[in-house]
Design a protein around this ligand. Structure first.
Ligand code: ADE
Length: 239
């Protein structure tokens, strides 16, 4: 999978050269093509922004350098903006099926609307807050998408229990010691009874989701649930 990134701050993507994202690149499972928009400016001072028509605060990124940079790429073009559709795990799974994705990172007041009209396929936000630029959001999305590609997290990993995978938040985890200053690991996890452990984890997931994310539990309740799931759900929905 190939990620192209158009940015005025290419050095920020050094962050991708660590940990699992570094290993994924070393193993050629993903590749990252960071493009400095300024390199495409035909202006003699390498200018990339100008004052907004109609007045107002801030500067707007101009069409020409972005358009020329985009012409060197292919794939879906995602513009990072707080005005966009909010990113989530369902969207991450959809994007993980793509071969190439282009991330356009805006700065200042954003980019000239004509860039969006001509090239952008998706306007995406990573949440209802405003950041100084699209670089961190692009890295957030790349991380979420890349880890879904086969081999990136290693072999035999399963996503099924993760938060958001099945519409629930994940159950809590414990490791040794079984007793930390009187705080004990739930007995069932030490029992070796796999069915009981699975039931316990499902209940913990439903309980947590019901208390923390009423929006998610409402959607979950509308699903085609097993008898067991229904029974647990009822217990926590009424609370
Ligand atoms: N740029 C600035 N804020 C943003 C956000 N919340 N999501 C995506 N891009 C952004």
């Amino acid at each position: 999978m190939k990620f192209h990134v158009l940015t005025l701050f290419p050095e920020m993507f050094e962050t991708m050269n660590h940990s699992i994202m570094k290993r994924a690149q070393d193993q050629s499972l993903i590749s990252l093509n960071v493009i400095n928009i300024r390199d495409f400016s035909t202006n003699k001072h390498k200018k990339v922004d100008d004052y907004p028509y109609g007045g107002g605060a801030g500067m707007v990124m101009q069409v020409q350098p972005i358009a020329d940079a985009l012409e060197t790429t292919s794939g879906r073009v995602i513009y990072m903006t707080p005005k966009g559709r909010v990113f989530d795990q369902v969207f991450a799974k959809e994007l993980a099926l793509e071969e190439e994705i282009v991330f356009l990172c805006g700065h200042y007041e954003g980019v000239d609307q004509r860039v969006i009209d001509k090239y952008v396929t998706d306007e995406v936000s990573i949440g209802d807050f405003v950041l100084t630029g699209g670089e961190l959001p692009a890295m957030v999305m790349m991380d979420a998408v890349a880890r879904l590609k086969d081999g990136v997290l290693g072999q035999n990993v399963s996503y099924e229990d993760e938060s958001h995978y099945n519409g629930l938040l994940e159950y809590p985890h414990y490791t040794r010691p079984a007793d930390y200053e009187g705080m004990k690991v739930p007995d069932v996890l030490l029992s070796g009874n796999h069915q009981k452990i699975e039931d316990f984890r499902l209940e913990e997931s439903i309980k947590l989701t019901a208390s923390r994310r009423p929006d998610m539990i409402k959607k979950y309740a509308k699903r085609d649930l097993s008898k067991k799931e229904m029974k647990i759900l009822k217990k926590y929905l009424d609370k």
